[in-house]
Every structure is written in structure tokens, then in C-alpha cells.
Design a protein around this ligand. Structure first.
Ligand SMILES: C[S@@+](CC[C@H](N)C(=O)[O-])C[C@H]1O[C@@H](n2cnc3c(N)ncnc32)[C@H](O)[C@@H]1O
Length: 126
């Protein structure tokens, strides 16, 4: 689904498929376990592979991880270093956005891809 969403963002046709030169990816309800960076890692890899396939320079990617303020963000921050690619492609900047996804978390029109997994049975409210 993430790979398909990346292809959608590029308006993929058989001949052209350009992604924006700067992209912001967010995960809502990231938690703090091993899965905290799993979805955004998949998104970064999908962006990288897409750019290799269509001979496009990789975009700069900003990754934002959200969860409720009492989440263990200290642990999440330590996992974020794994997102920095060894060859620096794509360039990845990271950030934490504490708060409920029922409230405004981001400025309007600032996100390209939003992921969320396994949150439906764990919601802070229905
Ligand atoms: C079961 S965990 C899923 C963690 C991870 N996404 C995964 O797939 O393994 C659900 C997470 O959603 C978060 N969550 C629930 N309601 C939320 C809300 N209103 N805003 C932000 N995060 C929320 C919880 O704090 C919890 O960390």
C-alpha cells in the first residue's frame, strides 16, 4: 500500500513519474517499540527505489513521528538514527510530533504521505 501511495504521488505513467523534490512523511500512533519506525522506513525505501527506477534524484525526506505525549519518545528518538541512510540517499530529516491525532498536529497542506497502523484497537477515544 505504501509503495502504491508513492507511485500515486508521482502521478506515475509508463514514461514519467516525478516525485516532489522535498517530501514530508508522517506516522500517526507510532508507539515506541520496534515498529515505531517500520512504516516510515518502508516509505523511505519505496521513495528511494522509485527514484532509482525513474532516474530521478532522490527527494529530501522529512519524517515526523506522532503519538500521545506520554509515549516513550526517548526510545523512539534512539531508533530514528536507523533511518539515516548509509549513503545519505535520500537525505532524511526527522522529528517528533507529540499530541492526539484528533487535534491539529501539522500545518495545512504540509504532508505528502501519512501512515498509521494497528491503532484502531488502541484509540484514546472512539
Ligand atoms: C497498538 S499501538 C501501534 C503502534 C505501531 N503503529 C504499530 O503498528 O505497531 C497504537 C498506538 O496508537 C497510539 N494512539 C492511540 N490514540 C492516539 C491518538 N489519539 N493520537 C495519537 N496516537 C494515538 C497509542 O498511544 C499507541 O502507541
Amino acid at each position: 500500500m505504501i509503495e502504491a501511495a508513492i507511485a500515486d504521488l508521482s502521478g506515475s505513467t509508463s514514461t514519467s513519474a516525478l516525485l516532489p523534490t522535498k517530501m514530508v512523511v508522517a506516522d500517526l500512533g507510532c508507539s515506541s517499540g520496534p515498529n515505531a519506525v517500520a512504516l516510515v522506513s518502508i516509505a523511505i525505501d519505496a521513495i528511494h527505489i522509485h527514484c532509482l527506477q525513474f532516474l530521478q534524484p532522490p527527494p529530501e525526506v522529512c519524517v515526523l513521528l506522532n503519538d500521545l505525549p506520554d509515549n516513550d519518545f526517548n526510545t523512539v528518538v534512539k531508533s530514528l538514527v536507523t533511518l539515516h541512510q548509509s549513503n545519505n540517499e535520500p537525505i532524511v530529516a526527522t522529528g517528533i510530533v507529540p499530541g492526539s491525532f484528533y487535534e491539529r498536529l501539522f500545518t495545512s497542506g504540509s504532508l505528502h504521505l501519512v501512515c498509521s497502523s494497528n491503532s484502531l484497537h488502541w484509540l484514546s477515544k472512539v
